[in-house]
Write a protein that binds this ligand. Structure first.
Ligand code: SD4
Length: 321
């Protein structure tokens, strides 16, 4: 049977779920509801992984990635490496509504946001600066650059790639397990779908780095004739597999949401068994599921669901494969 409407999102971000649900109840479209839900996480700085003041890059700046997709029209708006604007999913929505483009990045995305009336303000906080200073004060800070180590002077850093240096082992290994992107799927009473994501990406990333979250088919995907999916995890690896697109295509050919999610994870796992990744899936009749890659220290993935059956925001936990 059909159990709609449905709000489902990554992690235990219940306030986001509840906000999207009550927006729907008040008559908002799934698109407006999904935007409202993700905006709550940007304001609440969910797990420090969404919105301002989290996960500074190599230079100490927090930058944002976000996506919104209308599964009825297949319209998409996205921003990557957005600077000095807190409401990244709002800017993504503005890209969708006010341009014929899909994806704006960097300083130019910020200039567009300002044209659209979004406030320009620092995304740094005392917390993010403290995190950054602590990282800087470590000797040989783990970072995302290859081929810069070992430093013959023994000082490590600053983080410049060295032309001509043959690939050798990375000095430090960064893992993203503390990064909890919000990805949300909202399905209205008659099966209209919308999906969105918002994140501040990866700590100590190289400036200019854009993750999977704002890429349609990677961070999220929605097609009202089938269903939707949204991913979280190590975006540098995940984006190579378009897991959200894959899961939706599997559901299109009749696969149940849980199995579709698992196949998307297995595809990544085959090449990167140690990759941190998880995905949520829902079909347009309200069936839903999730999957994650089992790695040491991460064996269960929480996600939150609100539908007429639960009648509240309910946190589920799925065992990783
Ligand atoms: C990224 N996918 O920028 C995001 C991070 C994340 O759970 O989702 N972590 O790579």
């Amino acid at each position: 049977g059909t159990i709609l409407p449905l709000v489902i999102n990554t992690w235990g971000f219940e306030n986001a779920t509840v906000t999207a649900w009550y927006a729907l109840q008040a008559g908002a479209s799934p698109l407006d509801a999904v935007q409202k839900g993700c905006s709550v996480c940007e304001e609440e700085q969910c797990d420090g992984s969404v919105g301002y003041g989290g996960h500074p890059d190599e230079t100490g700046e927090t930058t944002l990635d976000a996506l919104i997709m209308n599964g009825d029209t297949m319209e998409v708006g996205a921003v990557g490496d957005l600077r000095r604007v807190k409401n990244a999913v709002g800017v993504a929505r503005a890209v969708m509504e006010h341009t014929q483009h899909t994806f704006l990045v960097g300083e130019s995305a910020s200039a567009f946001a300002q044209d659209m009336g979004f406030k320009s303000e620092s995304l740094s906080t005392n917390d993010s600066m403290k995190t950054f200073t602590q990282w800087l004060s470590q000797k040989c800070q783990p970072n995302y650059r290859k081929n810069v180590f070992p430093d013959p002077s023994g000082t490590c850093g600053p983080y410049k790639p060295r032309a001509g240096v043959k690939p050798r082992q990375k000095r430090g290994f960064l893992n993203l397990r503390s990064h909890d992107t919000i990805g949300m799927i909202v399905i209205g009473q008659s099966g209209q779908l919308a999906a969105a994501t918002s994140t501040n990406g990866a700590s100590y990333k190289v400036p200019g780095r854009v993750g999977d979250s704002p890429i349609a088919g990677a961070g999220a995907y929605a097609d009202s004739s089938v269903g939707g999916a949204a991913a979280t995890g190590d975006g540098d690896l995940m984006m190579r597999f378009l897991p959200s697109f894959l899961a939706v295509e599997l559901m299109r050919s009749g696969t149940e949401p849980t199995a579709a999610c698992q196949t998307a994870i297995y595809r990544i796992k085959k090449h990167y068994p140690e990759a941190f990744g998880a995905i949520i899936c829902a079909n347009n009749t309200g069936g839903f599921g999730a999957a994650c890659n089992k790695i040491s220290g991460f064996t269960q993935f929480p996600f939150t669901v609100f539908n007429p059956q639960s009648n509240k925001a309910q946190v589920h936990k799925v065992d990783c494969v």
